[in-house]
Design a protein around this ligand. Structure first.
Ligand code: MOS
Length: 704
């Protein structure tokens, strides 16, 4: 039997693994530097490649002069649209690199230098001379942009526009009205590990190690683009240093690595420099919000209108679904939720943690705070007064909804009753101190998955599923689910993830990983348990196995509206001399179904809350109109919160027993922590100062 040193805290009692604060199985490997990442596969003869990024915002490549680069020692070759392998057109246009001369945005890759070393490739890239035919570019989003239109759909398949009743009329007739606007700037994912891939061709077999949230879809994409059957491609992602959505889809690094490996016959690593990320791995698109809330004197909402304007690139329509949470949150019969999108000459936006909900709930929950002030009502009581019986937009019953409990429990833990509701009522020398609250929501998503479970003659179990652990603790949680379904102690279960050689599975995204993979793991282990129960005598040499495929169960449409909910509380101190806002306390209470691992769930929640702190106070990207690109491209300019910025953060939860989810009863915790947290901080800043700031982030220059 393995010791606890091998497996972390291992509940010894069968059936008790799920929920326990089991330690990460790969934690020791990570902290000792032995965990291997995609760029760290030191294959014999491996070359390195460095991309050349377009220096114009719109136009065509007229010529590429690679002669100086090719003269440098250690440079192997330079790929351009003139000589790079021709690929089948990808579903995702951001992957069509080096296929033609078009430059759709600044930072688009126009060449790739392959070298014996990283240094040689980088020096070569600096020596490549690219001439462009430039065209006028437009990268500036404003609410009245003539290109802004209502698309067919916003992301996630949501209708771009929904109108119920007579929202304009109901709003105009409301006793109390708030008509307000907010701006969330472009935001960058910036995972610790920038995107990187190592590829090599072994005869007609392709092996790829990539930093991705899901290698099953990476393999599908590569198979289509390089016209190689999936069976001849292996893609692994053993360890991934974060993604936050930017690694949810394949990125140009993996295509370039495979391309360069084919072109040179060598294994090739493409590790993107952090400064390249903002242009080629997606960003959270800026959102301009107009929110109108009408209410009666009793605080009951009589009209809700949430209109969002955002941008996308010229090559892909990506519509941040920021008005969608207003369809979920509060009881109202007359409502309008609308998205408009303007295609601009900007890098293509993409998924970033809680896409839609994070910016949308910043706006909605800030507006609710403004309404509470206009009504002279406690902001918690205002939310409770508008608690719906069914999901307002769909009319479906909620599978479970404990928002009120989260608000009440959070208020109790935070000490809300001691708050003087008057703005600017707490002063400590030059500091103004305030507190704020906001609600959170995130949908429950799930995708079909497959898994296998194997009982081995030595009494241990192997469970296989191509899940990806992007830093969340997925390995550990899946082992917990398996242990309980098998009815064995946690340390008897070995879990194998992170390779397309394992049963196919969806990506780590949409807070759906544990639910999707866990469902198939649960089913495979349950079947194996049944097989073992029917088996007498010793196991055959190869053991006994069972497989599961949740297609048809996990993707079934539910008659229930399924969402996680939560409540955020924040205390801030605003320095009236420097304009600096410091968060002193953050406290969140969440209702997210059954919590599968108390330790890793807490990490997910406080990680999300910390990202919300960054969204509120420090993170923001500026589109430079002249250059046509983001001004902040590295961590010196794009400020994520550091330890000194992050105070006491508490995450708590309310146990929910929801039978309408999956066999584990879980909802997912990867994203809800960021949703609403920026609004809680902003509302606290208003309470501290008496001033309502409506543009993020709340940097000293804005606050002063
Ligand atoms: Mo997350 S933005 O759903 O990968």
């Amino acid at each position: 039997m393995a010791t606890t040193a091998d497996t972390g805290i291992a509940p010894a009692d069968p059936g008790s693994a799920v929920g326990a604060p089991a330690e990460r199985r790969e934690g020791r490997q990570k902290v000792t530097g032995r965990a291997r990442y995609a760029a760290e596969h030191h294959l014999p003869g491996r070359a390195h490649a460095w991309p050349v990024a377009a220096s114009v915002a719109r136009g065509r490549v007229r010529s590429v002069d690679a002669s100086a680069a090719l003269d440098l020692p250690g440079v192997i070759d330079v790929l351009t649209h003139g000589n790079a392998p021709r690929l089948a057109a990808p579903d995702d246009p951001v992957l069509a690199v080096l296929q033609d001369d078009r430059v759709p945005h600044r930072g688009w890759f126009v060449a790739l230098v392959v070298g014996e070393t990283l240094e040689a490739a980088r020096a070569g890239a600096a020596a490549v001379r690219v001439a462009y035919e430039t065209e006028e570019h437009d990268v500036t989003l404003d609410a009245g942009h003539p290109g802004a239109h209502v698309p067919e759909e916003a992301n996630g398949g949501h209708p771009a526009r929904r109108e119920q009743g007579d929202p304009e009329g109901a709003f105009a007739a409301s006793a109390v009205r708030v008509d307000t606007g907010y701006r969330v700037p472009p935001l960058h994912n910036h995972p610790m590990e920038p995107h990187s891939s190592t590829a090599h061709w072994d005869g007609d077999r392709l092996v790829v190690h990539t930093s991705s949230q899901g290698t099953t879809p990476v393999r599908t994409t590569l198979a289509a683009m390089f016209e190689v059957p999936e069976e001849r491609i292996t893609v692994t992602a053993e360890h991934v240093g974060g993604g936050f959505g930017s690694k949810g889809t394949p990125r140009p690094d993996v295509v370039l690595a495979v391309m360069a490996a084919r072109h040179t016959g060598r294994p090739v690593t493409v590790a993107l420099h952090r400064r390249m990320l903002p242009s080629v791995v997606g960003h959270r698109a800026p959102t301009l919000h107009r929110v109108r809330l009408g209410a009666g004197e009793d605080g009951r909402l009589t009209g809700v209108l949430h209109e969002v304007v955002t941008h996308t690139s010229r090559i892909k329509e990506f519509v941040e679904q920021a008005a969608v949470p207003a369809r979920v949150m509060y009881a109202v019969t007359d409502s309008l939720t609308e998205h408009r999108v303007a295609p601009l000459d900007v890098p293509t936006p993409s998924w970033m943690r809680a896409p839609g909900e994070a910016p949308g709930m910043y706006a909605l929950e800030s507006a609710m705070d403004e309404l509470a002030e206009a009504l002279d009502m406690d902001p918690i009581e205002l939310r409770i007064a508008n608690e719906p019986d069914t999901e307002p937009d769909s009319g479906k019953p909620f599978s479970s909804r404990h928002l009120v409990e989260c608000l009440r429990e959070g208020a109790r833990r935070f000490g809300w009753s001691r708050r003087d509701p008057r703005p600017r009522s707490r002063r400590e020398g030059p500091l103004l101190v305030g507190t704020g609250v906001a609600a959170a929501t995130y949908p429950v998503l799930v995708s079909p998955s497959t898994a296998s479970a194997h009982a081995l003659p030595d009494g241990s179990f192997a469970v296989r599923v191509n899940a990806t652990d992007i830093g969340t603790g997925a390995r550990t949680v899946l082992a917990q689910i398996a242990a309980d379904a098998l009815g064995v102690p946690l340390d008897r279960v070995r879990i194998e993830i992170g390779s397309t050689e394992l049963p196919a599975a969806p990506l780590a995204g949409g807070s759906s990983g544990s639910a999707s993979w866990g469902w198939s793991v649960h089913d495979a282990c349950t079947r194996l348990t049944a097989r073992l129960a029917g088996h007498t005598g010793p196991l055959p040499e190869g053991g006994l196995s069972a497989r599961a495929d949740t297609t048809g169960t996990a993707d079934a449409d539910s008659p229930y509206a399924r969402h996680a909910f939560g409540a955020h509380f924040a205390e801030v101190a605003v320095d009236t001399v420097t304009g600096e806002t410091r968060v002193r306390r953050m406290l969140g209470v969440f209702a997210a179904g059954r919590i599968l691992n108390a330790r890793t769930a807490r990490s997910q929640l406080i990680g999300g809350m910390t990202m919300g702190l960054g969204m509120a106070l420090t993170e923001g990207s500026t589109m430079d109109a002249a250059f046509g690109d983001f001004a902040e491209s590295d961590l010196a300019a794009y400020h994520v919160p550091v330890h000194a910025d992050v105070p006491d953060v508490e995450a708590h939860w309310i146990d929910e027993d929801d039978p309408h989810l999956n066999p584990m009863g879980s909802k997912g915790v990867g994203e809800i922590g960021i949703v609403g947290s920026a609004a809680a901080v902003g509302n606290a800043v208003h309470h501290a100062t008496g001033v309502r700031f409506r543009e993020l982030p709340l940097t000293p220059d804005r606050v002063l």
